[in-house]
Design a protein around this ligand. Structure first.
Ligand code: FAD
Ligand code: NAP
Length: 509
């Protein structure tokens, strides 16, 4: 909601500004980019109209500020005067006005809870709600509060034990198919954080450890019984009287979407060219982090730009497209690979491009609503990608060709402007030669006259030509990712062609 692209993008009148439905970005006036907003917040101008005072706001008072020229919104118990921000909001003034004079927490969370509004709106802070916050702050939800009986039964529990030189925290998840992607562990400066994903819930062990531990942390998962062990090495061989002091969200089991995003600093270890404007960034996770980003999910990168924390999502890929699908690609678990297009006017990607090898950047826990189970019993898989919308397709392609035994065909239909923009073209062509189940079709919207391949943009006729199931009654999934209008139009065309909601997956934030 609060991340504003510079007014140069998308160009006024471009299709990217006009989407078929959902959250459209709207044209912003010149001088209303995110950078312009950051500049305004640093100008020393009184943006709240309260001359730096913070006040307690009653519900009645909040409700009075419900007009465009006087608009207050409450997010997680804090009230912001968003009047000066109106013209900078990428979703447009009307979207922001939906929460005018009210608690906008739920609306904000629905749209993009990952945006760092605290940093972005800090100069607009009016004060706290005088009464108790309408929505509890993230991570503060009391243990098991509001969970139905069935969820309560699923609540994990933990225990710990020690040997002379180690501490083991054991988490009993009561989940049979526990795996490495569902366990996220970080241990920094004596602070241990172990998050376990159980369905759409998250269980957290979060303690300030009694004593210091060494950097490397081991995680053992007994998949069948759902037991997770986090093994820490003591720095000093002393007897611990307790595991440590529980932190505020310790031992809570809440909806995943109610858990705040957690970031750790990762080191940039290499940056290699993929095309003229796209690079592969290899980030190294801290030794004390256990994190595997599931297929189809993205992470958020966070960076301080001109004093404001800016957050953007990116979808991890593999270091290359594996050509041998006999065995699943074994990921070392220590690195995250991101394929990122650097835009000449892009606020975040320009900052990323300026990172030097050895620099650090904050990387969040994974998010996303794609489930591998959507692919497990498939016969035909179609991947419709535009530009960097290719990124979620990489792991998906690898997973499908490696682990889906009933799969007959995988077809990637890859939309780009020019030949030079095609990501991993060579690797894709090699894969198509090597694996007869895989086929790739490149479609260019702005080709040179030498291009002999297909030309055009996503359309109903193009889709009916290329998306064809291999047999009648084949189990099919069509995944689509690219600029929002591309994705929205694609979904609509597919529905018009008779594909059901369950047969389509659109990757979005
Ligand atoms: P902004 O400052 O927001 O954009 C402004 C400038 O960038 C414009 O002037 C324009 O020149 C350019 N620009 C930005 N977007 C476009 C566009 N679509 N078409 C043309 N010009 C554009 N990006 C990746 O590169 N790799 C990924 O793996 C990836 N994963 C994503 C996953 C999700 C779930 C989502 C929602 C987005 C993902 N993105 C990915 C896009 C990414 O989050 C940023 O939006 C992108 O990097 C641009 O950020 P920016 O701040 O540099 O650009
Ligand atoms: P791009 O190079 O600008 O465009 C790639 C192709 O898509 C081009 O052929 C382009 O045609 C076409 N296209 C662009 N906008 C269109 C529209 N409105 N309708 C129909 N076709 C359109 O793409 P990019 O710069 O790489 O951008 C990739 C996008 O994917 C970004 O918006 C990014 O946020 C998104 N993305 C999302 C996820 C996710 O949600 N999980 C992951 C990765 C990337 P033209 O010649 O007409 O422009």
């Amino acid at each position: 909601m609060l991340n504003v692209p510079p007014q140069a993008f998308p160009a006024p009148g471009s299709q990217q500004r006009v989407s078929a439905g959902g959250r459209a970005k709207v044209p912003l006036k010149p001088g209303r980019s995110l950078m312009d907003w950051i500049r305004l917040t640093k100008s020393g101008k009184d943006l709240t109209g309260l001359k730096g005072r913070l006040i307690e706001v009653t519900e009645d008072e909040l409700a009075k500020h419900n007009k465009k020229e006087d608009c207050w919104i409450c997010i997680r118990g804090f009230v912001y005067n968003v009047t000066p921000y109106m013209e900078y909001h990428p979703g447009g003034e009307d979207e922001l006005m939906k929460a005018a004079g009210t608690d906008g927490t739920d609306l904000f969370d629905q749209v993009h809870r990952w945006v760092n509004y605290e940093s972005m709106l800090k100069e607009c802070l009016v004060g706290r709600m005088a009464v108790k916050p309408i929505a509890a702050p993230k991570g503060m939800v009391p243990e098991k509060k509001g969970l139905g009986a069935s969820v309560k039964d699923l609540t994990p529990s933990y225990d710990w034990f020690q040997t002379e030189n180690s501490i083991t925290v054991v988490i009993y998840t009561k989940q049979k198919d526990m795996n490495a992607e569902l366990v996220i562990v970080d241990c920094q400066d004596k602070r241990l954080r172990g998050e376990i994903i159980v369905g759409d819930h998250s269980y957290l062990v979060e303690v300030d450890l009694d004593h210091a531990v060494q950097e490397d942390v081991a995680v053992n998962i007994a998949e069948k019984v759902g037991k997770v062990e986090i093994i820490l090495k003591k720095k000093d061989n002393v007897h611990w009287k307790m595991l440590g002091q529980p932190l505020e969200s310790h031992n809570t089991f809440i909806k995943r979407t109610d858990r705040g995003l957690f970031y750790r600093k990762c080191k940039l270890v290499s940056k290699t060219e993929v095309t003229h404007d796209t690079k592969l960034f290899r980030l190294m996770l801290p030794k004390s982090t256990h994190l595997h980003v599931p297929t189809g999910q993205h992470v958020y990168l966070k960076k301080n730009i001109a004093g404001t924390e800016v957050v953007k999502p990116y979808t991890p890929v593999l270091p290359f497209l594996p050509l041998d699908f006999k065995e699943p690609f074994s990921h070392d678990g220590a690195h995250i690979y991101l394929m990122i297009k650097i835009y000449s006017c892009g606020l975040f990607t320009q900052a990323l491009d300026h990172l030097q090898i050895g620099d650090y950047i904050s990387v969040s826990n994974p998010e996303g609503n794609f489930k591998k189970s959507q692919v497990q019993t498939l016969e035909d898989l179609f991947l419709l990608a535009a530009g960097t919308g290719f990124t979620p397709m990489v792991k998906l392609l690898n997973f499908a060709l490696t682990e889906v035994s009933c799969l007959r065909t995988v077809k990637l239909i890859f939309f780009n402007k020019t030949e030079d923009d095609i990501l991993w073209r060579n690797q894709l062509e090699q894969l198509a030669l090597k694996d007869e189940r895989f086929e790739v079709q490149f479609i260019l919207s702005q080709p040179t006259k030498d291009w002999v391949g297909k030309q055009g943009k996503i359309s109903s006729s193009l889709l009916s030509e290329f998306v064809k199931i291999s047999r009648k009654d084949s189990k099919v999934l069509i995944c689509i990712c690219g600029p929002t209008p591309f994705t929205e139009q694609g979904v609509q065309y597919l529905k018009d062609l008779g594909y059901s909601q369950e047969e389509i997956h659109a990757f979005t934030a």
